[in-house]
Design a protein around this ligand. Structure first.
Ligand SMILES: CC(C)(COP(=O)(O)OP(=O)(O)OC[C@H]1O[C@@H](n2cnc3c(N)ncnc32)[C@H](O)[C@@H]1OP(=O)(O)O)[C@@H](O)C(=O)NCCC(=O)NCCS
Length: 330
């Protein structure tokens, strides 16, 4: 067995992706999946995040795949490994060899903590992945529950909940847009993005606030476009012109299969006005106007985030699986 490094722009990345697909399908067939073209962009590296990739081959056949994410502007002590092995090649040490390769690289970059996320269906609270990382000394620091919204959507119930919420949000204006954030709101938007990295419950995770500014927002929007993904956003503006809250859904331009709810935040000073519900309801309608055929929207919440979970349940989200953050000092 040989391990070699590669870049996401290499032709061999298709082999890397095939391993990712087969490992993922074995452990979580109903789970959300990124497309090859999306991962090629995600892993190409940029000023805020570098990503190293490795492929394990046996007799010329790709059997294992790994990556190491390296934050470059914040969380400089962190390294984020991920490992996948084809089902028929497991329990032969390939995963361990790949993880050791990734962790050695983390040492070279002077990272002192490794963080990895695992996921699975509700029916299986433990997987090959949880056994593997625990074997390698990682401990579970946070568990999030994955929920999915699927058609038919109960828009009457959503409208009713919105009507009940509106009197609590007098003075706030909810704006929606598709694609790039409007220039007028970009600084406030970046401020809330940074808050998002630490305001959602973090459990026992050792994670610091991310640094976001206009340039980072614009670059992440450009990457999403190159992945051929659309963005739908709703923002609540307070009477003094500051942004009080934000929510965003992403969905591939050419597929209705898998939407992701990737940010929802209400600034702590503006909580208690039902803005979370009003934002998500407005944004859902914003999305449906363009994409009435959307099949799934995935969202993840820490168990302790009872308020957000209540909003999601009202919108029709139902439990589907879990995601857990495991960390270890290197
Ligand atoms: C997790 C995964 C990468 C392990 O790959 P692998 O090549 O089978 O791992 P190894 O052979 O190096 O296993 C090392 C040890 O981990 C533990 N382990 C791995 N898989 C296990 C399983 N299914 N059940 C129980 N223990 C397991 C064992 O202690 C094993 O040692 P042993 O075989 O001597 O008992 C592979 O199962 C996979 O691709 N799973 C889906 C993706 C995933 O969850 N990745 C998470 C890692 S970040």
């Amino acid at each position: 067995m040989q391990i070699r490094s590669l870049a996401s722009s290499d032709e061999a990345f298709s082999d890397w992706y095939a391993v990712y697909q087969s490992a993922h399908s074995a452990d979580y067939p109903s789970g959300p999946r990124f497309l090859e073209r999306e991962l090629r962009v995600t892993y190409e590296g940029h000023e805020h995040q570098d990503t190293k990739l490795w492929l394990a081959e046996n007799g010329g056949r790709a059997v294992g795949a790994a990556l190491l994410g390296l934050p470059l502007k914040d969380n400089l002590k962190l390294a984020e490994p991920e490992v996948w092995v084809r089902p028929e090649a497991r329990r032969r040490g390939i995963g361990t060899a790949l993880l050791e390769t990734a962790e050695a690289c983390a040492h070279e970059y002077r990272r002192s903590s490794a963080l990895t996320y695992l996921e699975g269906p509700s029916a299986h609270p433990t997987t090959s992945g949880t056994a593997f990382v625990e074997h390698h000394g990682y401990s579970r620091r946070i568990v999030e529950i994955a929920r999915v919204q699927r058609p038919p959507f109960d828009l009457n119930a959503i409208t009713k909940a919105e009507e009940e919420a509106k009197p609590h949000a007098a003075g706030y204006e909810v704006l929606t847009w598709r694609g790039r954030a409007p220039d007028d709101y970009i600084d406030e938007y970046a401020r809330l993005e940074a808050r998002m990295s630490t305001d959602a419950p973090l459990g026992e995770l050792d994670y610091e606030a991310e640094i976001w500014d206009e340039a980072r927002v614009r670059r992440s929007e450009e990457r999403a476009e190159r992945m051929n993904r659309g963005h739908w956003t709703a923002a609540a503006m307070a009477p003094d012109g500051t942004m009080a809250g934000l929510t965003r859904v992403v969905l591939a331009h050419d597929s209705d299969a898998t939407g992701f709810q990737d940010t929802t935040l209400v600034d702590p000073v503006h909580r208690g006005h039902r803005l979370g519900l009003l934002l998500k309801a407005a944004n859902f309608r914003n999305l449906l106007r363009d994409r009435p055929g959307v099949q799934t929207i995935w969202t993840w919440n820490a168990d302790s985030n009872t308020h957000m979970i209540a909003i999601n349940e009202m919108l029709g989200y139902r439990v589907e699986g879990w995601a857990a953050g495991y960390q270890r000092e290197l």
